[in-house]
Design a binder for this molecule. Structure first.
Ligand code: ADP
Ligand code: ADP
Length: 238
């Protein structure tokens, strides 16, 4: 269970708060879409979930443990159970696909392994399985920066899969993809959610996409929660 408790985030003293008195509890296994316009505070909220951003006040708790107050070591431990995907994929462009997946899970391995590509066989096997799972097993030895956007996001998803997270966070994961590719990525995320049952929270700004994948939609406007309900409860006309 993930709890956002009374979060307020101010980036600058003179700025309006990016989040204001924001409270939300996400139960295990939910597929939550945070819906709102650009600048609404979605990215700030999702980055508070794994401690990439510290709120000005309030607290985030993951399974009862404070993410907000966690010290560096504790935070790294908490984050090990959280996977994240991004709008710009965040792959290491000059490494091949397989290595990108392996360094995600096995970042504790020495750097020379990723540079020389000498990973233990079971690590390679796990990464290859993950790539097949997301439909790009044949691209294992391609350089990451030679792939299309959709393919790159599949690599990022494979990198999360080998981590076996209990929580998957997605910060506008389909915002830089064309509609057909975006739809395919969302279907993949939905299929993975159905299979792994990991709690999933995505930022999206398209209501139709949100409806298609979410079990719960949370609307944000000006840093405040303005809607929380099932997709069918969302009145599109407002
Ligand atoms: P969204 O993800 O919904 O587009 P964000 O959380 O990115 O919204 O942004 C919320 C508000 O906070 C916006 O007004 C944005 O300009 C501001 N903001 C976000 N990140 C920063 C930052 N690092 N420094 C200053 N202002 C920021
Ligand atoms: P996106 O919302 O697609 O992630 P943005 O262009 O809004 O991309 O933000 C890119 C980066 O800049 C993010 O890390 C965000 O936190 C930061 N940022 C956003 N708005 C501001 C702002 N007003 N001032 C400073 N940094 C910002």
């Amino acid at each position: 269970m993930l709890q956002f408790i009374d979060l307020t985030k101010r980036y600058g003293k003179a700025d309006p708060p990016a989040l204001q008195d924001f409270s939300l509890t996400v139960e295990e296994g939910e597929f939550v879409v945070l819906l709102g316009r650009s600048g609404a505070g979605k990215s700030t909220l999702i980055r508070c979930a794994n401690g990439l951003i510290r709120p000005t006040s309030g607290e985030v708790r993951w399974k009862g443990e404070s993410v907000t107050r966690a010290k560096k070591e504790e935070l790294l431990k908490l984050r090990a159970g959280m996977g994240m995907i991004f709008q710009q994929f965040q792959l290491i462009s000059r490494l091949d696909v397989l290595t990108n997946v392996m360094v995600g899970r096995f970042h504790h391995l020495p750097l020379w392994r990723s540079l020389t590509g000498t990973f233990p066989p079971e690590v390679v096997e796990t990464a290859r399985e993950a790539l097949h799972r997301v439909g790009i097993g044949h691209l294992a030895r391609q350089r990451a920066d030679g792939l299309s956007g959709g393919q790159q996001q599949r690599v990022a998803i494979a990198r999360v899969l080998v981590q076996r997270p209990k929580l998957l966070l997605g910060d506008e994961p389909v915002a830089s993809l064309d509609p057909v590719t975006a739809d395919a990525i969302l279907r993949l995320l939905k299929e993975i959610h159905r299979h792994e049952k990991m709690t999933t929270i995505l930022n999206l700004h398209d209501v139709h996409m949100a409806r298609r994948v979410a079990t719960r939609i949370v609307g944000i406007r000006n840093g405040r929660l303005v809607f929380d309900g099932k997709p069918e409860e969302l009145d599109e006309s407002r």
